[in-house]
Ligand binder design. Structure first.
Ligand code: CTP
Ligand code: MG
Length: 223
């Protein structure tokens, strides 16, 4: 493999409800982070995995992942962007393709990882997996009155892993001023073209209890 994957996993999981940090919450008996790392390690392109864990859980996460795959674990930050930056700083020299993958997208198939990595390798500086938007989208004002309907055909829902030429991601993080929810957003601000490839419904972000229940069902109904 020629790819480093950064795994931001330091979030609390507030929207999932009270409990352990989200990456350590159980899905079919195993922490979300274990599911995520196992699938990353199964992708032939992946050479190195760097996990940004909750600061208080770094040692626990090292122990948890040791039997799953060789990983480097660093303490994450207060915002996702800081967690990604901390993981990026731990990538060894010589790996020029870097993917960023949310631990919360625990069921992302290795095929999506391969597709994103291959598209960066083919010469695109920034690559994101996306799905078409299925709902009609309205723009509303502060009083919940509709201002208009957005043309759904031009919209995409964005997933991870997002893939970058390493220098492009480093420059975007170095220049970042506002915290954004994804890394491609930082790269866009640098004027770099971002290429979309097909994502997967399995790459859903486990955010609310409904998502955890859905993921549990998907896992237990798989062969
Ligand atoms: N993340 C991180 N460091 C943070 C915040 C988030 O590494 N300070 C990670 C999460 O662990 C998750 C990914 O970024 O894998 C996407 O974030 P999100 O789904 O929002 O997770 P949480 O921030 O944990 O959830 P919530 O916003 O509900 O608290
Ligand atoms: Mg969050």
């Amino acid at each position: 493999g020629d790819v480093a994957v950064l795994v931001p996993a330091a979030g609390a999981g507030v929207r999932l409800g009270p409990g352990r940090p989200k990456a350590l919450r159980l899905l079919a008996g195993e922490p979300l982070l274990v599911h995520a790392v196992r699938r990353l390690a199964a992708a032939p392109s992946v050479h190195t995995i760097v996990v940004a864990a909750p600061a208080a859980e770094v040692a626990a996460v090292r122990d948890l992942l040791a039997p799953v795959a060789p990983v480097t674990v660093v303490p994450g930050g207060a915002e996702r962007q800081a967690s990604v930056a901390a993981a990026l700083a731990a990538v060894p020299a010589g790996l020029e393709i870097v993917l960023v993958h949310d631990a919360a997208r625990a069921l992302t198939p290795p095929e999506v990882v391969e597709s994103v990595a291959a598209t960066v390798r083919a010469g695109h500086d920034a690559v994101i997996p996306v799905l078409p938007v299925v709902d009609t989208i309205k723009e509303v004002d502060a009083g919940e009155v509709v201002l208009g309907t957005v043309d759904r055909a031009t919209l995409r829902a964005v997933q991870t892993p997002q893939g970058f030429r390493r220098a492009v991601l480093s420059a975007a993080h170095a220049a970042a001023v506002d915290a954004l929810t994804d890394d491609a957003g930082l790269v866009e601000k640098q004027g770099v073209a971002v290429r979309c490839v097909p994502g997967s419904e399995y790459a859903l972000k486990i955010t609310r209890p409904f998502d955890l229940a859905l993921a549990e069902h998907l896992l237990t109904s798989e062969s």
